[in-house]
Design a protein around this ligand. Structure first.
Ligand SMILES: [Zn+2]
Length: 444
């Protein structure tokens, strides 16, 4: 059979040549291949180059589409006999790097299937539809491709973020005996992210306990752990305990967003409790507190001067009840003043005296209103987490990267209509969140 050099160049599969292309009546093209790679004659057992042909065999590996539509491939392979005396192999058929023995897909098709998902963000189903192979084959290709492009150990970083995301929806069931509703499935993933380099997720573990977090951290290489100086978390004692065990030298940084959120929650509790005490019911139209309830949720700097005046005068008119709510709002704002000193906002490192002055203002205000339990609780939490809060104000590292990653993970899960297999889910999360960083790392 003579080779068709033009068709071979077009087909462009290393190690084989095209001898001819047939076209059936339905338009389907069949490409006939023969082996050109001399290494295909090497015995897989002993490496000796065989010289005696024992016969011919034809295989039908699947390949990429060509010229816009699928093609059928017939590879006319020779069966060789190994004549090395000490070799027990006997006969073998040719194989090339693109089509290893017993493989029914070319490597380039397998790579394309994996790449479409891992780099292209396609779902496994869609990758299979576009390129041909079935779901399990594409999923295997995804795992193989991910293993090739994901770094075996996380890249070095000076700061990581840890946070948790729910996997799917919680499932409740009514206990037939007690009639009570019980939570029967509520799965969480804890993610470890690059907090400063934007390189996405480093890994995920299941469960919400300190042991699983500590175990993941402990399993990282010593060199990587040494470089982690800061760990950003929300107000989660479980994470703090795990970090102290696994990364004893790292500084825990509390994410400011969650502190403000906590202050907002305490303010809302305070307002509701006092309203009930005052009216014996929830606030409604016509009540002074109803007029200002939305303003209470806003930040001071986002209020127009007339809104600020309205907030203060309205609450003042309400007497002690209103002034106590105002005290709650002021506590939240004093806390925000403290957090706003953060390095991130000012682009300079705030000096210690400014931080301690702001903390003192907050504490003095809370002490003046010590009879309000919501403020006392807030101040206690701030004290309990002071090291982490001070670290945030000094360094300015946040857990914002985690939030961004969680959005990507949820988007990916939605496109796939959820996942059944948690291991696959974690792999997909890793590939989705590292996609951009991997693209940027490619040589131009
Ligand atoms: Zn051999």
């Amino acid at each position: 059979m003579g080779n068709d050099t033009g068709a071979t160049a077009l087909f462009d599969l290393e190690g084989v040549a095209v001898v001819r292309v047939d076209r059936a009546e339905d338009g389907m093209r069949t490409v006939h291949l023969v082996t050109t790679d001399p290494a295909a004659r090497a015995c897989p057992a002993c490496g000796t180059f065989a010289t005696r042909v024992k016969g011919l065999t034809v295989t039908r590996p699947r390949d990429l589409a060509h010229g816009g539509s699928a093609v059928a491939v017939r590879w006319h392979k020779r069966r060789w006999q190994c004549r090395e005396k000490r070799c027990e192999r006997g006969t073998f058929t040719e194989q090339i790097a693109q089509i290893p023995a017993r493989m029914r897909l070319t490597e380039r098709l397998r790579t394309a299937c994996g790449q479409a998902v891992v780099d292209g963000g396609r779902t496994v189903v869609q990758s299979g539809r576009d390129l041909g192979p079935s779901w399990p084959i594409v999923m295997r290709a995804v795992r193989a491709f991910a293993q090739r492009v994901l770094p075996p150990t996380p890249p070095r970083t000076s700061a990581i973020g840890i946070d948790e995301t729910r996997r799917g929806k919680p499932v409740w069931r009514q206990n037939p005996d007690t009639g009570k509703w019980e939570l029967i499935a509520d799965a969480w993933h804890i993610g470890f992210v690059d907090a400063v380099g934007g390189r996405g997720l480093f890994g995920q573990v299941e469960g919400r306990n300190a042991a699983s977090v500590a175990a993941w951290l402990a399993a990282r290489p010593e060199d990587w752990k040494r470089h982690v100086k800061h760990v950003a978390i929300d107000l989660c004692a479980t994470f703090r305990a795990a970090i102290r065990t696994a990364l004893p030298d790292a500084v825990v940084v509390v994410d400011c967003f969650h502190i403000v959120q906590l202050a907002q929650r305490h303010l809302a509790d305070l307002r509701r409790r006092l309203t009930w005490k005052q009216h014996g019911r929830r606030a409604r139209k016509g009540d002074g507190v109803y007029t200002v309830r939305k303003l209470l949720r806003r930040n001071k700097e986002d209020l127009r001067p007339e809104q600020l005046t309205l907030l203060e005068t309205e609450l003042d008119h309400m007497g002690t009840y209103g002034r106590q709510i105002l005290a709650g709002w002021q506590a939240k704002e004093l806390l925000r003043d403290l957090l706003r000193l953060a390095a991130k906002h000012t682009r300079t490192h705030p000096d210690r005296s400014a931080i301690s002055a702001a903390r003192h203002r907050f504490n003095a205000h809370v002490a003046d209103h010590a009879h309000l339990p919501e403020l006392a609780t807030l101040a206690e939490t701030i004290d309990a987490w002071w090291d982490g809060i001070e670290a945030y104000v000094t360094i300015g590292i946040t857990n914002a990267a985690s939030e961004g990653n969680n959005r990507l993970i949820k988007l990916d899960a939605r496109c796939a209509f959820g996942y059944h297999n948690r291991e696959n889910q974690r792999l997909r999360s890793l590939t989705a969140t590292t996609r951009r960083a991997r693209r940027e790392a490619l040589p131009a």
